[in-house]
Design a protein around this ligand. Structure first.
Ligand code: PMP
Length: 462
């Protein structure tokens, strides 16, 4: 059965973010079930899910309360839309709950089916807002290099991932990118705080190049997630806020990953003291049990859209889907009653920080950093202290070895990332760190062997 499913997968299924040909040759892993912080594959192997699925299963797997919420809502009202002037209890209650949890000025929500759709919505709202304000020349939106904001054309355009742009054809016009505050990757020769200020200064330079009056918004994650769990230097956000205020530019904080407890607050914006005008959300909103996203809209933008806007020609069939909304609401209620976010802030985040930092002494690790329950390891060649040759694909090797050892870690180039479910225990964090170290050890052995196997320079053909 297992083999036949894998054969069918090879034959028919094109996986996201995957080399189709390599998948056809190597096949995929079949994940059959999950419980708590563990997933189980078809061979019965138990694997610690160090990535909470795709940064979303915050409450962990197997939560009966969420299953019951979905089943009850499916019986009651499996679907109805929120277009025109209809609504239903789950959408209303979820909207109220989100606005109660979010920073004070975020008092409205527009629901979507995913994070990508949330960012499409953001782009349209931002431009519409400035048009309604009588400033239609404010069209440009600035994102960050290596940022990820989704896979729709607008999401891809707002994001700054070069391979996506290379394959995506021309993106949405009027979007550009500035440098990311990635100290280890791009600023290691400098003091981190000076580097953070320099990145904010690059934003100001870009605004001046585009024309001070023509920039509508800046979009960024509090901590760049898919780009490599990049925690900015402390100087970065205050300096960016000052630049945006100076030119009256809207701030969009993409909380699709950082929202709902990942960094030890309900929103990453709270951790970094940001007051976003718009806040796209998804993933942890329902702990990934069902697809749902949205945009939390601050008073400034909402007041104009409501008072001046008339009909907003925008929406999705599944905006505020009743079953997804019921599950999201239950998820947030459980997180509140179980004190999940406070536990990440006060106990699990600091514990992970201590334990994760111990990996910094591994010869393969140039930096071990974490914030809340998000961590990264920067792999380096112990012989040089620099990055490995890209052709060695050290990060992917480490990811695959780690999986075989029983831990899901993600690789972004040679940066290894973890973001486990927020219900992980301290003992499970210990296991995670032990498994990560084993994976690093074996990766080091494999890389040493592959370098030793290579012909020495003098033996190379001319
Ligand atoms: N924004 C960020 C920051 C994300 O990490 C993601 C997904 N990884 C998205 C948006 C897109 O969300 P979705 O995949 O639900 O469309």
């Amino acid at each position: 059965m297992t083999h036949s499913l894998q054969a069918l997968d090879r034959a028919y299924h094109l996986h996201p973010f995957t080399d189709f040909k390599a998948l056809g040759e190597e096949g995929s892993r079949l994940i059959e079930r999950a419980e708590g912080v563990y997933i189980f594959d078809a061979e019965g192997n138990r694997i610690l899910d160090g990535m909470a699925g795709l940064w979303c299963v915050n409450l962990g797997y197997g939560r009966e309360e969420l299953v019951t919420a979905a089943a009850e809502q499916m019986r009651q009202l499996p679907y109805y839309n929120t277009f025109f002037k209809t609504t239903h209890p789950p959408a209303v209650k979820l909207a109220e709950k989100l606005c109660a949890l979010a920073p004070e000025h975020l008092n409205h929500v527009f629901f979507t089916g995913s994070g990508s759709e949330a960012n499409d919505t953001v782009l349209r709202m931002v431009r519409r807002y400035w048009a309604l304000e009588g400033r239609p020349e404010k069209q440009w939106v600035i994102g960050r290099e290596n940022g990820y904001h989704g896979s729709t054309v607008a999401g891809m355009s707002l994001g700054g991932m070069a391979p996506m742009h290379d394959q995506g054809g021309p993106g949405v016009p009027g979007i550009t990118h500035v440098r990311q505050p990635y100290w280890f990757g791009e600023g290691r020769d400098q003091d981190p705080e000076a580097f953070g200020r320099q990145c904010a200064a690059a934003l100001e330079t870009k605004i001046q190049e585009l024309g001070e009056a023509r920039v509508a918004a800046f979009i960024a994650e509090p901590v760049q997630g898919a780009g490599g769990a990049i925690m900015p230097p402390e100087s970065y956000w205050p300096a960016v806020k000052a630049v945006l205020a100076k030119y009256d530019i809207l701030l969009v904080v993409d909380e699709v990953i950082c929202g709902f407890g990942r960094l030890g607050e309900w929103f990453g914006s709270v951790h970094f003291d940001l007051a976003p005008d718009l806040m796209p959300i998804a993933k942890g909103l329902s702990s990934g049990y069902l697809p749902i996203g949205g945009v939390l809209v601050g008073d400034r933008v909402a007041d104009t859209l409501i008072e001046e806007g008339g009909e907003f020609f925008h929406g999705f069939t599944y905006s505020g889907h009743p079953v997804c909304a019921a599950v999201a609401l239950k998820n947030l209620e459980l997180m509140e009653t179980e004190g999940v976010v406070e536990r990440v802030r006060d106990e699990l985040g600091p514990y992970l920080a201590r334990r994760w930092a111990t990996l910094g002494d591994h010869p393969l690790v140039g930096e071990a950093r974490s914030l809340g329950l998000m961590g990264a390891l920067e792999l380096i060649d112990p012989a040089t202290g620099e990055r490995f040759d890209k052709a060695l694909a050290a990060g992917n090797l480490c990811r695959d070895i780690s999986f075989r050892h029983g831990l899901v870690m993600r690789s972004v180039g040679d940066t290894m990332i973890i973001a486990p479910p927020l219900v992980i225990t301290c003992e499970q964090i210990d296991d995670l760190v032990t498994l990560a170290r084993e994976a690093l050890d074996e990766t080091a052995r494999c890389l040493a062997a592959s370098v030793a196997d290579e012909p020495q320079p003098e033996e190379r053909p001319a």
